[in-house]
Ligand binder design. Structure first.
Ligand SMILES: [Zn+2]
Length: 103
C-alpha cells in the first residue's frame, strides 16, 4: 500500500506554499533523474532508496521542490509502503503511483 494519495490519472499535484494554487504535472512530462540515495543492510538483502528531485515552477515565481524516494527491498522488489514523497515550498496533494526506476 502506498502511503500517499495515489493519483489515478497519472498526475503529480502539488499546492504552492506562496499563492496556494494547485499545480498539475503529468507523469509523461516529468523528467525524473533517479539515483541511489542510500543503502541499508537488512535481514534479507540490502535496502536501496532511489531518489529524484523534481522542481516545479509555479506561475507566481515560487519553485516547489518535490523529492520522490522509492524503496527497493528486498533486491529487485518495490517496497511501496516505504516510499516517501517530500515537498519543499509547497504541499503534496496526490501523486501518480511510483515504480522502481530503471537505469
Ligand atoms: Zn505559486
Amino acid at each position: 500500500m502506498a502511503n500517499y494519495s495515489v493519483n489515478q490519472q497519472g498526475q503529480l499535484v502539488v499546492k504552492c506554499s506562496e499563492c496556494e494554487k494547485e499545480i498539475v504535472e503529468h507523469k509523461e512530462d516529468i523528467y525524473m533523474d533517479f539515483e541511489v540515495d542510500s543503502t541499508n543492510d537488512r535481514s534479507m538483502s540490502v535496502e536501496k532508496i532511489h531518489s529524484a528531485i523534481i522542481p516545479i515552477q509555479c506561475d507566481c515565481g515560487n519553485e516547489v521542490q518535490v523529492t520522490i524516494s522509492v524503496c527497493e527491498y528486498p533486491e529487485g522488489c518495490h517496497s511501496e509502503e516505504n516510499d516517501s514523497i517530500d515537498v519543499d515550498f509547497g504541499e503534496l496533494v496526490s501523486c501518480f503511483s511510483l515504480e522502481l526506476p530503471k537505469y
